[in-house]
Design a protein around this ligand. Structure first.
Ligand SMILES: Nc1ncnc2c1ncn2[C@@H]1O[C@H](COP(=O)(O)OP(=O)(O)OP(=O)(O)O)[C@@H](O)[C@H]1O
Ligand SMILES: [Mg+2]
Length: 375
């Protein structure tokens, strides 16, 4: 209906249509006059009383008459076309004026909004940058708080065992003192054990302070030795619960990683085994820790004869805060921490299954050429 400038189509087409009509009417009128001339001529010829001269005269008159008629017609149609075109030009002029006015208004409005945008843009950009920085800071603060929270939970979890051991040692000293059986030798041995626990607790803070740092320094350590360190830490509790520990380490192996973190992971697995053996009152409670080596892998296996993990819990035992124990006894962080240490921090695999007598935890380290050369 309209072209893209907003001019109606019929206005553009109008001059062409006029020309076509003009030609069409002129041609038709000319044909009509010619036909009238020939009819009149025939009629003149039919009048027998007319002489040849009269006939010629009459025909001549008819021709002149029709010619005048045609010229008149041409004058009238030309004048009407001219008048029409004049009116049409006026209308066109108005329309074009209107369009230009509308365009100017649009351009002015755009210019105004651009000016306004320009004025506020600098301010908006500065405001956006400020907001972005604040957001970044909040995210950083929140993520730091989250890490801090999880670090604290982990430290608290790892402190439970040595704390209960310390309280046991203090109780032993108290009882021995009451019954006047506290020898110097016993006191010093208790003090030494207490110091060990306190040192472990202090190391735990360091371990978990650097827990999420990707650039912490790795060191070459003996896997069997680290397992033994974990066993020492829980030994008193195991003796207390009459749990037998069988260690099968034919040949110790070295690995590049974080020895005390690894000991923490082993401690958590051992601590769970102890809990299940005590809770289920298992006869001849036993924990077996073995270290085996193949050409490509080093495998540490910890198993107990506590009856195994409930099938329904199997898929969730590594989830944080998943526990089947009373809230006072378990937070559900032990295996979660063990899995992070073994899989994320040490790059090994921690697998779990139920054996014939109880749960079997398998840690698989890939032997790296350099590490093999050290052993
Ligand atoms: N050796 C095992 N035998 C049977 N079940 C086990 C054994 N080890 C772990 N589980 C199951 O896995 C669950 C999760 O263990 P995890 O160490 O993560 O938490 P927790 O021992 O319940 O609590 P926390 O470690 O905080 O004291 C335990 O509640 C228990 O049901
Ligand atoms: Mg546990």
């Amino acid at each position: 209906m309209f072209n893209k400038e907003g001019v109606p189509f019929f206005i553009i087409m109008f001059p062409f249509l006029c020309l076509i009509f003009f030609s069409f009417f002129t041609a038709s009128y000319y044909l009509k006059l010619s036909e009238e001339v020939s009819t009149s001529t025939q009629m003149i010829y039919k009048q027998k009383n007319l002489s040849q001269e009269n006939i010629n005269q009459r025909i001549e008159q008819i021709h002149i008459q029709k010619k005048e008629q045609f010229i008149n017609y041409l004058w009238i149609i030309t004048l009407s076309v001219l008048v029409f075109m004049l009116l049409f030009s006026l209308v066109m002029n108005n329309i074009v004026h209107d369009i230009i006015k509308r365009y100017k208004e649009k351009v002015h409005a755009k210019e105004d909004s651009l000016r306004e945008l320009n004025r506020t843009l600098t301010f908006q950009v500065a405001e956006g940058i400020k907001k972005g920085k604040e957001k970044d800071k909040t995210i950083l603060r929140e993520s730091r708080l989250a890490i801090l929270g999880s670090m604290l939970s982990m430290i608290a979890h790892q402190w439970r065992q040595p704390l209960s051991e310390l309280s046991g040692i203090l109780m032993q000293i108290e009882i021995a003192t009451r019954f006047k059986k506290l020898t110097n030798e016993k006191l010093f041995s208790s003090l030494e054990r207490s110091n060990e626990r306190i040192e472990y607790m202090s190391n735990t803070i360091d371990d978990f302070r650097h827990f999420y740092k990707p650039d912490k320094k790795k060191e070459l350590f003996w896997l069997g030795e680290a397992c033994q360190k974990a066993l020492n830490l829980i030994n008193a509790a195991l003796i207390n619960a009459d749990i037998r520990v069988v260690t099968r380490i034919k040949k110790d192996e070295q690995f590049m990683g974080y020895p005390s973190e690894f000991a923490q992971a082993i401690l958590n697995i051992l601590s769970n085994a102890k809990d299940v053996l005590v809770d289920r009152k298992i006869e001849n409670p036993t924990i077996t820790l073995s270290l085996n080596t193949t050409d490509t892998h080093i495998v540490v296996v910890i198993q107990d004869n506590g009856g195994g993990i409930e099938e329904t819990s199997m898929d969730n035992i590594f989830d944080p805060y998943f526990s089947t124990k009373d809230a006072s006894k378990g937070t559900g962080l032990g295996l979660y921490i063990a899995q992070i240490i073994i899989e994320k921090n040490l790059g090994a695999k921690l697998l779990v299954s139920n054996g014939d007598f109880g749960a079997v935890f398998t840690i698989v380290f890939e032997r790296i050429e350099d590490e093999c050369n050290f052993s």
